[in-house]
Ligand binder design. Sequence first.
Ligand SMILES: Cc1cc2nc3c(=O)[nH]c(=O)nc-3n(C[C@H](O)[C@H](O)[C@H](O)COP(=O)(O)O)c2cc1C
Length: 169
Amino acid sequence: MWQEITADALDWGPFPRRKGNWFLVTAGKEARCNALLGTYGGLLSLWNRNCAAVFIRESRYTKEFLDREDRFSLAVLPEAYRDAVRYCGAHSGREGDKFAAAGLTVTSADGVPFPAEASLVLLCRKLCACPMADARFAPDIAAGYYAGRWEGNPHTMYIGEIEKILRKD
Ligand SMILES: Cc1cc2nc3c(=O)[nH]c(=O)nc-3n(C[C@H](O)[C@H](O)[C@H](O)COP(=O)(O)O)c2cc1C
């Protein structure tokens, strides 16, 4: 059963490298949406709001949905769904219905889609989309993340206000 919790009760840390801290970013309508596996992102306080940031490369199909919609979700799934989550990070929705192929079910709240299998969901209102193509990166970041095979495939940083937090035990 879903129950709404406050930001204070949220026990998911902002550090992307924390073990198991993989999340699915979903955007679109319940009838037609797409999700990808993300690890870049986290929680932040900005503009007097509780916010979440995600970083999405230009090439991702999910980006088309994020750019079109005012809202998106960030969902954490239990360990049992690790393979399904991994699938969402290894296949593009351009190949077909990724949710179905991953064995996940789409549901929604307040018109924002997310995987029903999630144990924690942040429903976010997009506050800004910041293309990072012209960002001034430290040399190691420029070389490691935006050159070579990543050339021409920059991240856009999306910051969303967390409008609702849903948790399921
Ligand atoms: C562990 C892991 C973390 C990832 N984190 C991100 C991320 O933060 N941002 C991003 O744009 N892609 C990330 N990806 C890649 C996307 O999940 C992957 O390219 C996905 O297939 C894109 O799907 P789409 O084209 O349907 O949007 C990650 C992949 C893995 C395996």
